[in-house]
Write a protein that binds this ligand. Structure first.
Ligand code: ASP
Length: 587
């Protein structure tokens, strides 16, 4: 038989086998030579004994790291006391009778062993070697199972997979486009899609009803940590469904993916939180529900309190938000000063801490020390116990909530409150439709200009646009946004108003999205959809922090590919053909 290198077990002893793979580790014990042979599925120990295979033993003497071998031999139980319980094949080894060296390898630029730190630029330059590392290779086997589970789930729900163009026009996500010059129409450019948004809406007008695509998207942004200029989305659009019919379909897909890929049963339905509620309770619109530490509002306690700073904040329309951290009263003075600095780093003017110590409350502000009525009231409101730490921030609601939200996440990690391998998805709903841009002094779409307002808020679009809530939703998992979408506007009048509010004139709208607007005039059904970040989802399932660990050939932070050395200059002839000239870079 020709098993993989990850397959043989104790029960296979006695079987004649042929294995092929790479020489992962080699140990020469004088008489015996051991080679751990590795392929995609695992590692099997092969023993070369001069007494039973003199020629093979001699050949094994020439084998070096990453030589490619075919070995033929017999499976045998490892000698007593030498089994390796860490390795799935650890009970057995293959006594080699014959070996063929299928290829040699130069000495590697870095070790493939786990735990050896290698500079990322070097790893990406030799990505084919990097990917041989079992930990990394495993991510791609997992990613493949995710594709299959997504497709199976969506097909079962009546979805049709359709491809949309890469050479197209600007889409409405609002990032910078990657442009591709046209040779046939000089001076004209394609834009690589930031998402298939416009096409998927048009597919709804076309009558596809349920569309999905596992699709690459391109956004030319400065690469913040863990962003990639090209990334993969599970892109979905449906017709005739409203939000509450649609979200359970997406939820079902996520549940099936977790079940198929990790054998994990996610509890359904996923909790739903309003945008305001998420920020009020967790200080974030990407709430991490793996732990408690909910924020509380204590504004009323301070409205008339003798503590000027807080009272003033409340009278000015702000809030006093509080975070109770159970059992964290033991944090040192230095730790607490550090937390105050963190709060200031997030934009707070200050933060008050109160430690409910054995000998009475200690606090950064005198008013809360000792047996003060205010502290007693505060502790009662927060359900605080001796040994707890209380953190208080007074400011405008969004800032106070965000500051404590960040501390909440940081403290949970630091205090070990986040259980390993726990997955807590939730929906965040009712985002505002618009946000005010101070810089540009105009409203901007919080999602994109095709997102529909909630029915009960439509009239506000004419009077108070800032108060309009959107039929938009985000899927959040363990504090990370893994998807976002909305029910779309499908009526001309509303779309027109939306453009007006955004300060996009008729001509500009026609120029940018004319083809979609026209399509919407030919019997567009009500429709809506979502896009889920596949790379992020796979990273979470694989238990890695970096999406670069689940993208086969990722770019560096500077947007380059060390393997292919893209981007690269092109020849003057190629430029001439496109009618382009590159200006010399200014020093
Ligand atoms: N096109 C949106 C995005 O890529 C998602 C959607 O609205 O479906 O963010």
């Amino acid at each position: 038989m020709s098993p993989t290198c990850g397959e043989l077990r104790g029960g296979d002893a006695g079987a004649a086998v042929t294995l092929m793979g790479w020489a992962f580790r080699r140990r020469d014990h004088g008489g015996l030579i051991f080679v751990d042979l590795r392929d995609r599925e695992g590692v099997t120990q092969c023993v070369f004994n001069p007494a039973t295979g003199a020629e093979a033993h001699a050949a094994a003497g020439r084998v070096r790291g990453e030589y490619v071998l075919a070995v033929r031999g017999t499976v045998q139980a490892r000698p007593p006391g030498t089994a390796n319980p860490q390795l799935p094949t650890g009970e057995i080894e293959v006594a080699v009778g014959e070996v063929r060296i299928l290829n040699e390898s130069k000495p590697l630029p870095f070790h493939l062993e786990e735990g050896v730190e290698v500079d990322e630029a070097v790893r990406l330059r030799y990505r084919y070697l990097d990917l041989r590392r079992p930990r990394l290779l495993r991510n791609f086997l997992l990613r493949d199972r995710v594709y299959q589970a997504v497709r199976a789930s969506l097909h079962a729900a009546g979805f049709v997979e359709v491809e949309t163009p890469f050479l197209t026009r600007s889409t409405p996500e609002g990032a910078r486009d990657f442009l591709v010059p046209s040779r046939l129409a000089r001076g004209h450019f394609y834009a690589l899609p930031q998402s298939p948004q416009l096409f998927k809406q048009i597919l709804m007008v076309a009558g596809l009803e349920r569309y999905f695509q596992i699709v690459r998207c391109f956004r030319d942004e400065d690469l913040r940590r863990d962003r990639q200029p090209e990334f993969t989305q599970i892109d979905i659009e449906t017709a005739f469904l409203d939000r509450d019919d649609f979200l359970p379909i997406v939820e079902g897909m996520i549940v099936e993916v977790f079940q198929a890929v990790r054998g994990i049963a996610l509890p359904r339905p996923f909790p739903r939180l309003g945008w305001d509620e998420a920020r009020a309770r967790y200080g974030s619109d990407k709430p991490d529900l793996r732990f408690g530490l909910e924020l509380a509002d204590c504004s009323d306690l301070f409205r008339d309190a003798a503590f000027e700073v807080f009272a003033q904040a409340v009278h000015a329309g702000g809030v006093v938000k509080a975070l109770r951290v159970p059992g964290a009263g033991g944090l040192s003075r230095r730790d607490l000063d550090g937390l105050v600095e963190e709060a200031k780093g997030s934009g707070a003017r200050g933060m008050v801490w109160v430690r409910l110590a054995e000998g009475g409350p200690q606090a950064s502000v005198a008013l809360f020390r000792g047996d003060s009525a205010l502290t007693r009231e505060l502790a009662a409101r927060l359900g605080a116990q001796p040994g707890d730490l209380l953190l208080l921030v007074a400011d405008a609601f969004p800032l106070a909530a965000e500051v404590l939200g960040r501390l909440r996440a940081g403290l949970a990690a630091r205090l070990g409150l986040i259980p390993a391998d726990l997955f807590r998805p939730c929906w965040v709903l009712d985002f505002p439709l618009l946000e005010w841009s101070e810089e540009e002094k105009r409203w901007q779409a919080m999602h994109h200009p095709f997102t529909a307002p909630r029915d009960e808020d439509v009239e506000l679009l004419w009077s108070e646009p800032g108060r309009v809530r959107a039929k938009a939703y985000d899927l959040v998992l363990n504090g990370q946004e893994i998807g976002g979408g909305s029910i779309r506007i499908h009526e001309r009048r509303l779309q027109q108003r939306m453009f007006e509010v955004l300060g996009i004139g008729e001509t500009e709208a026609r120029a940018k999205f004319g083809f979609l607007l026209e399509a919407l005039e030919y019997g567009a059904p009500p429709h809506g959809g979502i896009a889920l970040g596949l790379d992020r989802l796979v990273a979470i399932l694989a238990g890695t922090d970096s999406i670069r660990d689940v993208i086969a050939f990722p770019k560096t932070q500077k947007g380059t590919c060390p393997l292919t050395e893209a981007p690269a200059p092109v020849s003057p002839a190629q430029l001439a053909e496109l009618g382009l000239r590159v200006e010399a870079e200014e020093e």
